[in-house]
Design a protein around this ligand. Sequence first.
Ligand code: AMP
Ligand code: MG
Length: 299
Amino acid sequence: MIKEKLIRKLRVVPGKGIRLRNFETGWAQNDELKIHEKGEVKERAAEILETNRLALASSQELLWANNTHSVLVVLQGMDTAGKDGTIRHVMSGMNPQGCRVCSFKVPTPDETDHNFLWRYSRDLPRRGEIGVFNRSYYEDVLVVRVHPELLDNQQLPPGKRGGKFWNARYEDINAFEQHLVRNGTIILKFFLHISKDEQKKRILERLETEEKYWKFSISDLAERSYWDVYQKAYETMFVKTSTYIAPWYIIPADYKWVARTLVADIISSRIQSLDLKYPELSAEQLKQIESAREELKNG
Ligand code: AMP
Ligand code: MG
């Protein structure tokens, strides 16, 4: 497991303003994650990924057996930040029965006919489940804040769309999360932090590799031109919505395996910190098991 000291560096302290440029994107230097020499990287990465895949699988089983808590993983990041790959990794060792992934796109007319949190609440994980949101209600203070004209399609009552309006959204989000936490949901929010150069490399890769053409969307380029505005929207969002009960983690994501390792590790350590045990059986139930065993053996 990765040391708590290191994880703490990634967590956004509630109420504290941050500058994203002060958070490394290409970071991979730590005793455990160290990139020694080029040749060694892949092997070491595979080893770490396998270890935390197994740790996650066993944490998930305990969560499932207890059926008291759920885990909501929120994944945000600029286009190409590696959200899909991270989900594939995190889910790879899990029992499909106990996890679900929901991806949120531009809201449909049916969805904008409701309050903005409605569509997300419909897809929350049940007790015992791990739910991953690939994009989330945070888009409503990110893409929508960067392009406020999107609000025009949302059937909202008339009114000013200034600071007060956005502050109300952050407040609503915090209240929504508080409600979930009080009801047994653990909320982990990850921002996959890539550099602008790394994004360029990844978009080019999509444009130059036939098998990756499908991943390219023309909006990736359009949104890229708003890079700085997005970074600012993210910074405001962190200061308004990183809370003790549902903190944000800024994950260095220029190296995909580093991001995947950190995310998987934080999820599994958080579940382990609940100190769940397999449900205990009563003396009566144990007796039943014993007699069932005998019956089956002798039958
Ligand atoms: P992708 O994740 O690449 O499939 O793209 C999904 C698209 O949906 C992105 O361009 C998001 O910005 C957009 N999107 C997601 N949620 C919202 C929202 N609440 N309002 C507007 N656009 C959204
Ligand atoms: Mg996309």
